[in-house]
Design a protein around this ligand. Structure first.
Ligand SMILES: [Fe+2]
Ligand SMILES: [Fe+2]
Length: 154
């Protein structure tokens, strides 16, 4: 999905979420390239933190702003909610810090989140654009909540 083609009413909000997706995908690659357990552990921790914050701002702010726009969107949001639930279970497993299972858990998380991101960028965001939902206030809320959760001043 090309950010510059997103209409201005949605660009900031969708752009922020897409930047989060890119950042996590970068961590997935870093994990794959990392050799030592210590490095892998720290990348895994960073991934879990970023994903947790991302899922939380989507659930608290983004998804509710889309509710009720169309039946199709509502169905997608229901699916996204289930997918977030599965991702959270995987995150919880990684945060158990079981070194033996780290590779396996992280690999499944990578595949699973990759699939979820594809659905958001390939189906959900285009549907939001089509429904012409004005997300300018939502963008501001997403930004400040993200900063708050990351413990940085807004
Ligand atoms: Fe999501
Ligand atoms: Fe997302």
């Amino acid at each position: 999905m090309d950010k510059s083609k997103v209409p201005v009413e949605q660009r900031q909000a969708i752009g922020l979420l897409m930047d989060d997706h890119r950042a996590v995908k970068k961590l997935f690659k870093q994990f794959e390239a990392a050799s030592g357990l210590a490095e892998k552990r720290s990348i895994a921790q960073e991934t879990c933190q970023q994903l947790t914050v991302h899922a939380q701002i989507e659930e608290e702010i983004f998804y509710p702003a889309l509710r009720g726009a169309s039946d199709k969107l509502d169905d997608m949001l229901d699916e996204a909610k289930v997918e977030h639930g599965v991702a959270k279970d995987l995150i919880a497993a990684i945060e158990q810090d079981d070194a033996e299972m780290l590779e396996a858990n992280y690999k499944v998380l990578t595949e699973y989140v990759g699939h979820h991101v594809e659905e958001e960028e390939g189906e959900l965001f285009p549907a939001v654009i089509k429904a012409k939902i004005d997300l300018r206030d939502v963008a501001t809320q997403l930004e400040s909540r993200k900063m708050e959760l990351l413990g940085q001043p807004a």
